[in-house]
Design a protein around this ligand. Structure first.
Ligand code: AMP
Length: 171
């Protein structure tokens, strides 16, 4: 199945010069959604992991079904101020300004192996910040997996030697 045909380019969103990769056509199409998730689960099955962490908000759409398919727990990585209990925070640079992500301090046991999931990687800054949260909570990042990699932005480099997997790549 050609999943690329279910990703819509929206120019100048959310601001001029950005081409937004809109995944809603894929989400709305049952067979495409199933194929995308099957491919993400297939890779995740090859890993020795204890938990799946998904990054707000589109990372939840893929992270929870992957965790459920593997019978593993899911950890939400959320934007600042959304999680109700005590959190660790990591602030990171965006193109303009900064963003902060958080994880509950008790989300992980020491040494637990985590699969990080998001819908898309661009510069890799969000994935690196989420990795730091996993490590701050005592966990170890086993792999960073996405549906879409904007590989021309070279986010993989930001991940250093961490394992990375994508279903779709834009060179
Ligand atoms: P980055 O931290 O630069 O890797 O950005 C990744 C995060 O921003 C992900 O959570 C994506 O959902 C979102 N994002 C960044 N760029 C785009 C884009 N061109 N289209 C869709 N989502 C994007």
């Amino acid at each position: 199945m050609d999943l690329y045909s279910y990703i819509r380019d929206v120019p100048d969103f959310p601001k001029p010069g950005i081409v937004f990769k809109d995944i809603t056509p894929l989400l709305e199409h049952g067979p495409a959604l199933k194929d995308a998730l099957d491919r993400m689960v297939e890779d995740a099955r090859t890993l020795e992991i204890d938990k799946v962490a998904g990054i707000e908000s589109r990372g939840f759409l893929f992270g929870v079904p992957i965790a459920a398919a593997l019978g593993l727990g899911f950890i939400p990585v959320r934007k600042a101020g959304k999680l109700p209990f005590h959190t660790n925070q990591v602030e990171y640079a965006l193109e303009y300004g900064t963003a902060t992500v958080e994880m509950h301090i008790d989300a992980l046991q020491k040494g637990e192996r985590v699969l990080l999931v998001d819908d898309l990687m661009a510069t890799g800054g969000t994935m690196v910040a989420a990795s730091r949260l996993v490590e701050a909570a005592g966990g170890v990042v086993t792999s960073c997996n996405v549906l879409v990699d904007l590989s021309f932005l070279n986010g993989r480099k930001a991940l250093g030697n961490k394992r990375f997997h994508t279903v779709l790549a834009y060179d």
